[in-house]
Design a binder for this molecule. Structure first.
Ligand SMILES: *[C@@H]1O[C@H](CO)[C@@H](O)[C@H](O)[C@H]1NC(C)=O
Ligand SMILES: *[C@@H]1O[C@H](CO)[C@@H](O)[C@H](O)[C@H]1NC(C)=O
Ligand SMILES: *[C@@H]1O[C@H](CO)[C@@H](O)[C@H](O)[C@H]1NC(C)=O
Ligand SMILES: *[C@@H]1O[C@H](CO)[C@@H](O)[C@H](O)[C@H]1NC(C)=O
Ligand SMILES: *[C@@H]1O[C@H](CO)[C@@H](O)[C@H](O)[C@H]1NC(C)=O
Ligand SMILES: *[C@@H]1O[C@H](CO)[C@@H](O)[C@H](O)[C@H]1NC(C)=O
Ligand SMILES: *[C@@H]1O[C@H](CO)[C@@H](O)[C@H](O)[C@H]1NC(C)=O
Ligand SMILES: *[C@@H]1O[C@H](CO)[C@@H](O)[C@H](O)[C@H]1NC(C)=O
Ligand SMILES: *[C@@H]1O[C@H](CO)[C@@H](O)[C@H](O)[C@H]1NC(C)=O
Ligand SMILES: *[C@@H]1O[C@H](CO)[C@@H](O)[C@H](O)[C@H]1NC(C)=O
Ligand SMILES: *[C@@H]1O[C@H](CO)[C@@H](O)[C@H](O)[C@H]1NC(C)=O
Ligand SMILES: CC(=O)N[C@H]1CO[C@H](CO)[C@@H](O)[C@@H]1O
Length: 709
């Protein structure tokens, strides 16, 4: 015990000093001449706030992480070519320096394609209009901008002295992201792009290694790494005996989409696969995500909910999710106790039974570490190992840091469970507290952009808004008695108005983005106005040829009966990008123009209405959320900052909303006079909204039966 304790202190001091050259061999990364087994956790800086960073990183460190990993979010940092933003939540340098201040390492996944359920996979939308561009291919315009941004980030890190080679915390960088998934689509330009990307990255001379995840042909010296849930079983290994076995994304859960249920991955299952990976010579494991956080504003990709990986070891609000956080902390401690032998020893493996096996590391100083694996998912197993008898729980691995004493079993959870509770801090039930603003429904004559075809949604909005109005006026000249509006769209939502009266809506989903709307309508004799609001719920983030995607309406007809129809598809359409309320910025404190807010009137509720009220911040430091369970779909702002889209009315197959609670970071608030603005597309009921504080109960620290904490 005493010896272990001193070993720990020595390790901690070493990490605080940090710095030095980073290289690698077939066993692990080598930092300052030392081989390392590293536990890393993904925390994405823009998915929380600078005020939360220190505490999130501290909880990662306390949980036994050595590395914090983040993507770099190109579309936040370069909103226009050559114009950069690194302020507030986008302050990457401040985030890396916080990691350094706490004595941890950083892994920087620059991409700059990142996917990450982030709108457009991290690409700024202006790339779409670069002539001749083909993303993620051996294409000169794309390579120019990719190299430009990658250099910008590397130079920024260098100028702040943040690479380990300069004494900083960054030990690893990533170029591209899971490219192998799409490589074949680019023919011979795929492999040549991979070679170019690796060379471009290496020539930036960071002094630390580069990785490519899910890329078995990563060119030397770039390391190919595994992403997935079960890399201990699925990874085919490094593509050279001189490269270490690394797992850059071990999914702690899975992202959630509108209409989807949360993906619950147990602490035991994560622990099993992480331990198996270590037993098979793995030396770097990253939890994706360790803290997911919040997709504020319009940053979520298509149909992805605002809360991100809430099931991670730290939940959306940064609270420990138990037993996941505590169980993994015990695992990390058990591996730490074993790490000298794991890194210096020679590995052998042998069978212990039909479904049981042992992985043993032995070094010259008689150090011995064993992993006893029971792959039987149903039955306990009794095995003999080194003349001792061990009981192994179903689907579990026992860790023996001295080949005698089991100090951890992946299926044996010593950490108490906790539960999240919400406490209502404020209601908004007084109608007098609310004001409303009914947005305009534009008609053809109100629009300036006209076209004889249905324009592609993203190319028309340039992603300035989720919303695009398609309008037309037409002469009703037949004996159409039961007209039906037939609209086909490639995504994501459409609301139809006929002569300013709401006719209905339809939408797709994450897996099938397109949809057809068929609604009976009433036509006037003579002129009729049709206005259809097309809505996107985030841009696509994955797949080849992202620059050529088509969304929005593809077909509009009014069907009158068997044969008769008005084919409006190639009619003259008038377009309006965005809503009037967006143009007036009525969600900010300094509204442009004078939108006429009026007293709320619940008897005349109509779609596309803005609601506004004031509230007092709850006392204390507990995390805060709005319960929007009574609302439909839209977006919410607090003091002018968007807390994200909501879509409460999209129910799961069990009849539940995918997300009703929406995080309001403490730092968005002032003590009094906080302004809440909500845009509602359907007919939600704002007076039932509540402001809640979030806490966990039963969360006292884990007590390990092995006293290794
Ligand atoms: C485990 O060891 C590493 C160094 O190898 C150290 O950074 C880390 O703090 C240790 N883990 C814990 C839980 O102390
Ligand atoms: C990146 O492109 C901008 C123009 O968009 C240019 O001003 C800058 O010099 C370029 N930087 C590099 C490193 O190529
Ligand atoms: C682990 O590394 C050893 C060399 O120390 C090698 O013999 C063994 O095959 C490796 N095991 C696996 C599962 O890759
Ligand atoms: C040792 O492990 C390797 C890799 O998992 C496996 O292919 C091999 O069958 C194992 N050997 C024995 C004797 O179990
Ligand atoms: C396995 O053994 C444990 C005690 O070590 C016992 O609680 C459990 O019920 C057993 N499970 C099965 C499937 O036999
Ligand atoms: C196990 O016991 C046998 C017989 O007593 C002995 O020869 C052998 O060395 C022992 N093995 C270990 C690993 O202790
Ligand atoms: C159609 O819209 C125009 C303005 O664009 C308006 O003058 C007219 O009254 C509208 N017609 C109907 C039937 O709503
Ligand atoms: C995008 O819109 C421009 C006109 O603004 C047009 O020239 C171009 O063809 C459109 N591109 C696509 C892919 O639709
Ligand atoms: C009837 O209306 C349709 C669509 O507005 C138009 O194409 C057609 O020419 C009109 N027919 C007559 C007889 O006015
Ligand atoms: C309506 O016009 C579009 C565009 O020309 C065409 O693709 C579609 O087939 C037409 N619909 C019918 C029912 O003819
Ligand atoms: C659905 O919501 C109800 C009420 O909040 C809850 O009791 C139930 O567990 C939820 N069902 C699922 C499948 O999440
Ligand atoms: C490589 C790997 O394990 N991929 C899996 C990741 O998880 C998703 C969702 O559960 C699976 O579909 C993949 O097969």
């Amino acid at each position: 015990m005493l010896i272990w304790w001193w070993w720990w202190v020595a390790v901690v001091v070493m990490v605080v000093e940090g710095g030095g050259e980073v290289t690698y061999d077939g066993r692990s990364l080598i930092i300052d001449g030392q081989h390392k087994i590293l536990f890393s956790g993904s925390i994405h800086y823009p998915r929380s706030t600078p005020q939360m960073w220190a505490s999130l990183i501290a909880k990662g460190k306390e949980g036994g992480l050595n590395v914090i990993q983040t993507y770099v979010f190109w579309n936040l940092h370069e909103p226009q070519p050559g114009q950069y933003d690194f302020s507030g939540r986008y302050d990457l340098v401040k985030f890396i320096k916080e990691i350094q201040a706490q004595g941890l390492y950083a892994a920087l996944r620059i991409g700059p394609f990142i996917e990450s359920e982030w709108t457009y996979g991290g690409f700024p939308f202006w790339l779409h209009d670069v002539p001749g561009i083909v993303y993620r291919s051996d294409n000169e315009p794309f390579k120019f901008y990719m190299q430009n941004f990658t250099s910008k980030i590397v130079n920024l890190m260098k100028s702040e002295g943040l690479y380990a080679s300069q004494g900083g915390p960054i030990i690893l960088s990533q170029v591209e992201n899971e490219y192998q998934n799409v490589e074949a689509a680019f023919g011979e330009k795929g492999p040549s792009y991979v070679r170019w990307a690796a060379k471009m990255a290496v020539e930036l001379e960071t002094g630390v290694p580069w990785v490519m995840c899910k890329q078995t042909d990563a060119p030397d010296p770039v390391i190919n790494t595994c992403n997935g849930m079960r890399c201990g079983e699925t990874f085919t290994g490094p593509n050279s005996p001189n490269k270490p076995s690394m797992w850059t994304e071990n999914w702690t859960s899975f992202y959630q989409v509108y209409g989807g249920e949360p993906y619950i991955r147990s602490a035991q299952d994560i622990a099993f696969h992480v331990t198996l990976f270590i037993a098979k010579n793995g030396s770097y494991i990253n939890y994706y995500m360790y803290h997911g956080g919040t997709n504020f504003g319009r940053t979520a990709s298509a149909y992805v909910i605002t809360s991100y990986y809430d099931q991670a070891p730290l939940d959306e609000y940064g609270l420990k999710r138990q037993p996941k956080w505590g169980h993994l902390k015990e695992l990390h401690a058990a591996i730490n106790l074993s790490s000298t032998t794991l890194l210096q020893g020679v590995q052998t493996n042998f069978s212990l039974g039909q479904f049981q096996e042992a992985y043993v590391f032995q070094d010259a100083t008689k150090g011995c570490v064993a992993f006893l694996v029971n792959n039987d998912g149903k039955e306990n197993a009794t095995v003999q190992f080194h003349n001792l008898t061990f009981q192994l729980l179903p689907k579990s691995i026992s860790i023996l840091p001295d080949c005698e004493t089991e100090i951890f079993n992946t299926a044996k959870v010593n950490t108490d469970y906790n539960e999240r509770t919400t406490t209502t801090s404020q209601t908004f039930s007084s109608i007098d507290g609310w004001e409303e603003y009914k947005d305009d429904i534009p008609n053809f004559l109100d629009t300036s952009l006209k076209s004889n075809t249905l324009l592609e949604h993203m190319n028309t909005t340039k992603d300035k808004s989720d919303y695009l109005w398609y309008t037309l006026s037409f002469q009703h000249n037949t004996s159409c008695t039961e007209p039906v509006l037939h609209v086909e769209s490639l995504g994501h939502v459409a609301h139809a108005f006929v002569n300013n009266i709401y006719a209905g809506a339809a939408h797709g989903n994450h897996d099938v983005k397109g949809f057809t709307m068929e609604i009976p309508i009433k036509l006037n004799d003579g002129m009729n106005n049709i206005s259809i609001l097309g809505v996107m719920v985030g841009l696509p983030d994955s797949g080849a040829f992202l620059e050529r995607r088509f969304t929005g309406l593809t077909k509009v007809e009014i069907r009158c009966g068997e044969m008769e129809l008005y084919n409006l598809t190639n009619y003259e359409w008038g377009y309006q990008v965005g809503l009037l309320g967006e143009k007036l910025e009525i969600y900010t404190e300094k509204e442009l123009g004078n939108p006429e807010w009026s007293k709320i009137d619940l008897s005349t509720k109509q779609p596309l209405t803005w609601y506004k009220t004031l509230f007092v911040a709850p006392i204390g430091n507990d995390p805060i959320a709005l319960d929007l369970g009574s609302m439909g779909k839209g977006e919410a702002w607090v003091n002018g900052q968007s807390i994200g889209r909501f879509w409460v009315s999209f129910l799961t197959s069990h009849g539940n909303s995918s997300q009703t609670l929406y995080h309001v970071p403490q730092s968005f608030l002032k003590p009094f006079g906080n302004v809440l603005v909500i845009f509602e597309e359907f007919k939600g009921d704002p007076v039932q909204i509540t402001l809640d504080t979030i806490s966990v109960t039963n969360s006292h620290e884990p007590i390990s039966q092995y006293h290794i904490l």
